[in-house]
Design a protein around this ligand. Structure first.
Ligand SMILES: Cc1cc2nc3c(=O)[nH]c(=O)nc-3n(C[C@H](O)[C@H](O)[C@H](O)COP(=O)(O)O)c2cc1C
Length: 176
C-alpha cells in the first residue's frame, strides 16, 4: 500500500462507523515481543490535554494489555471489509496462545515512531504513545453499565494514546 500522512481526524466518520460495527485492530509489541492485535469496538478519537488522542479500553485479561504495559505505546489500524474475518479472529483468539497476525498472514511493518508495529493491509494506521492511563472505578459506574458489562469483574484499563503520526492509503481509504 502507498501511504501518506493524514490529519488525525481526516477519516473521522468512516473510522467511527467501523469502530461501531466490525471493529478496529489495536496492536502492540515491543522490541522483544512480536506485535499482537486484538479487535476493539470501543474507543474515542479526539483531543485530550491539547493533543490528538486515541482513548482505548482494554480489559486486564487481554494479552494486549500486557503488551501495552511493556511497550508504552500501541497502534490503531483501520481494516477494510476484506479483513472482516481477520478482525473477528483477532477478537476471539488470544495472542497468549499463538501469533495471530502470522497465522492470518497479515504483514506487520515497523512503526516509524513507536515499537508497536502497524498492520500493512489496513488502509489507515495511527501510531500512539501512552501519555496517560486510568482504571475503571466500579463505584463510579452507573449500575446499568456495571451490570451489563462488568458482571464478571474483569474491568478495563483506559489508555490515552497520543497520536504521534497517522497515515493512509488514500485510494483504499476512499472505499471505507
Ligand atoms: C468486535 C469486537 C470488539 C471488541 N472490543 C474490545 C474492546 O474494546 N476492549 C477489549 O478489552 N476487548 C474487546 N474485544 C475482545 C478482544 O478483542 C478479544 O478478547 C481478543 O481475543 C483479545 O486478544 P488478546 O488476548 O490477544 O489481546 C472485542 C472483540 C470483538 C470481536
Amino acid at each position: 500500500m502507498n501511504k501518506e500522512k493524514i490529519a488525525y481526524d481526516e477519516y473521522f466518520q468512516q473510522v467511527n462507523k467501523i469502530l461501531g460495527s466490525t471493529g478496529l485492530l489495536l496492536a502492540a509489541g515491543s522490541p522483544d515481543k512480536p506485535t499482537n492485535a486484538m479487535a476493539i469496538g470501543w474507543g474515542s478519537l479526539g483531543i485530550v490535554w491539547g493533543r490528538p488522542m486515541w482513548v482505548v479500553l482494554v480489559r486486564l485479561s487481554r494479552f494486549t494489555y500486557q503488551l501495552i504495559e511493556e511497550a508504552g505505546n500501541f497502534t490503531v489500524n483501520v481494516p477494510g471489509t476484506d479483513l472482516d474475518k481477520a478482525v473477528a479472529y483477532c477478537g476471539s483468539h488470544s495472542g497468549k496462545n499463538e501469533d495471530k497476525l502470522a497465522k492470518l498472514e497479515l504483514a506487520v511493518v515497523a512503526g516509524g515512531e513507536v515499537s508497536s508495529g502497524v498492520i500493512e493491509a489496513c488502509p489507515i494506521n495511527y501510531e500512539c504513545q501512552v501519555v496517560g492511563k486510568s482504571d475503571i472505578v466500579p463505584e463510579m459506574l452507573a449500575e446499568a453499565v456495571k451490570s451489563e458489562y462488568y458482571g464478571q469483574g474483569d474491568y478495563h484499563r483506559v489508555y490515552f494514546g497520543q497520536i504521534l503520526t497517522a497515515y493512509a492509503d488514500k485510494k483504499a481509504a476512499a472505499g471505507l
